[in-house]
Write a protein that binds this ligand. Structure first.
Ligand SMILES: Cc1cc2nc3c(=O)[nH]c(=O)nc-3n(C[C@H](O)[C@H](O)[C@H](O)COP(=O)(O)OP(=O)(O)OC[C@H]3O[C@@H](n4cnc5c(N)ncnc54)[C@H](O)[C@@H]3O)c2cc1C
Length: 423
């Protein structure tokens, strides 16, 4: 344990890898528990040129930091082609009439800029705000929060709903136009993991996978990071630490957190998600026989209605339906055998697209326990504590900024600046 790195980055997601990339002139080690880099940007690339995303997919045109990094790394962002309003679900004209006043109220809040932690926005849940609304109006927002933040009305603040409403803008307020790229909404050609793999490579850092951080202790002249791996337990020394772990993990592994920091981390909650991306072969090709086993007759196995797909001509080249189950439905089947969940997704897919059922080439599977950090009531008031460094440990991750790749990248960049200033 004699070597002492300049910086140890804990967690190789967008946040940690952006930090490592910005510190590429330093002696950096990245410690990652999983067997892949990229965390929630996991994707697979197939020999036929198609790909499947298991989590992050869209780079909407307001995600300027991701676009900037992509350009620096010479990656290709291609028009997403599919971004649909179908998330909203069908409504009768009468239901729409009931909904309209609530949308007007929401838009009036958005036209009235205030600090993000204003109690009437940050401390109020969507469920509180909807008090007295007809059930189908509550259902509408339940679906919206479920799809966009994998949480429920009661788990989302009014400020969070304002961030999520419309086209997922980076500001809750509409009074000031949000800067946007002129390329439209895009995705990474080859899958989102292309982005994080490129960040990892360009960082020049020593990347260690299969290394679970179990404890971080600060001492004189640096930090000791205890790590467990298939080879046993080891300890690593670094002058500065960038903790890019999920908030729920950071809270348990970092020793001696000040009370305010520990309390803010204790409030961080993630919605779950199960991804079952379904790859389709080009027209004229028949997929292999996929074993289909029993699944629950009343469970939801795809909650996004298959509205998200990889871009391109699916008949000519094949492609992938981004299929997932968000928290409220994922909980029901969470412990079921993966084959049962995949079978449920395939049955749902077959019912929606009978003409494509024969062309299913493969179906993936991934459970995300920490899929998206909620915009829980009080999150904005907690942000200063979540972002604060503790001695030589600098915290980042989407839970410290906005719940998407852009927030993760921005937070990683800020943490790198703090570490650099302290070196
Ligand atoms: C289904 C889904 C769809 C999404 N869609 C989009 C989208 O379209 N657009 C968008 O911008 N965002 C999207 N997101 C959100 C986006 O993926 C995240 O906001 C972003 O990737 C978070 O990056 P991060 O670095 O903060 O966290 P993570 O990617 O979670 O990185 C944390 C890393 O820490 C590692 N780790 C955990 N515990 C330990 C430990 N003890 N020791 C060492 N390592 C550990 C993890 O394995 C992980 O690699 C989506 C997320 C999901 C789940």
């Amino acid at each position: 344990m004699s070597h002492c790195y300049d910086v140890a980055v804990l967690g190789a997601g967008v946040a940690g890898l952006t930090a490592a990339y910005r510190l590429r002139d330093r002696d950096v080690v990245v410690l990652e528990a999983d067997s892949h880099v990229g965390g929630r940007t996991l994707s697979e690339f197939f020999e036929d040129g198609s790909w499947a995303n298991y989590a992050a997919q869209y780079v909407s045109n307001d995600k300027l930091k991701v676009i900037e990094l992509s350009d620096e790394l010479d990656l290709e962002l291609v028009p997403s082609g599919y971004h649909s309003d179908q998330f909203r679900g069908a409504m009768t004209p009468e239901q729409q009439r009931d909904l309209d006043p609530w949308l007007q109220r929401l838009e009036a809040e958005m036209a009235n800029p205030r600090p993000a932690d204003a109690p009437e926005l940050d401390q109020v849940s969507v469920a509180d705000w909807l008090e007295g609304a007809p059930v189908h109006v509550q259902d509408f927002f339940e679906r919206w929060c479920g799809q966009l933040i994998f949480g429920a009305n009661m788990e989302t603040s009014l400020y969070g709903l304002m961030l999520l409403w419309g086209d997922q803008r980076t500001s809750a307020f509409t009074a000031e136009p949000v800067p946007r790229s002129n390329r439209g909404d895009t995705v990474f050609r080859g899958g989102t993991n292309t982005f994080t793999r490129a960040l990892a490579e360009a960082s020049g850092a020593e990347i260690r996978q299969g290394q679970t951080v179990t404890r971080v202790v600060q001492g004189e002249g640096g930090c000791t990071i205890e790590v467990s791996s298939a080879d046993g337990a080891t300890a690593i020394r670094a002058r500065q630490v960038i903790c890019a772990l999920p908030g729920t993990v950071a809270r348990h592994v970092v020793d001696g957190l000040p009370q305010e920091k520990a309390a803010a981390l204790a409030n961080v909650r993630y919605g779950r998600n199960i991804a079952t991306p379904i790859s389709i072969l080009p027209e004229g090709q028949k997929g292999p026989q996929i074993l289909v086993v029993p699944s629950r007759h009343d469970a939801v196995y795809c909650s996004n209605g298959f509205v998200l797909k990889t871009p391109g001509d699916m008949d000519r080249d094949g492609g992938c339906f981004h299929s997932y189950i968000h928290d409220r439905h994922a909980r029901v089947v969470w412990d079921d055998d993966p084959r049962s969940i995949q079978s449920g997704a395939l049955r749902t897919f077959g019912a929606a697209f009978p003409h494509l059922a024969d062309r299913v080439g493969r179906i993936g599977f991934r459970r995300w326990e920490n899929a998206l950090p909620h915009y829980h009531p009080g999150r904005m008031a907690d942000l200063p504590a979540l972002q604060a460094s503790v001695g030589a440990i600098h915290f980042c991750g989407d839970y410290t900024w906005t719940s998407n790749m852009d927030g993760a990248a921005r937070s990683g960049e800020a943490a790198a600046e703090h570490a650099r200033a302290a070196l």
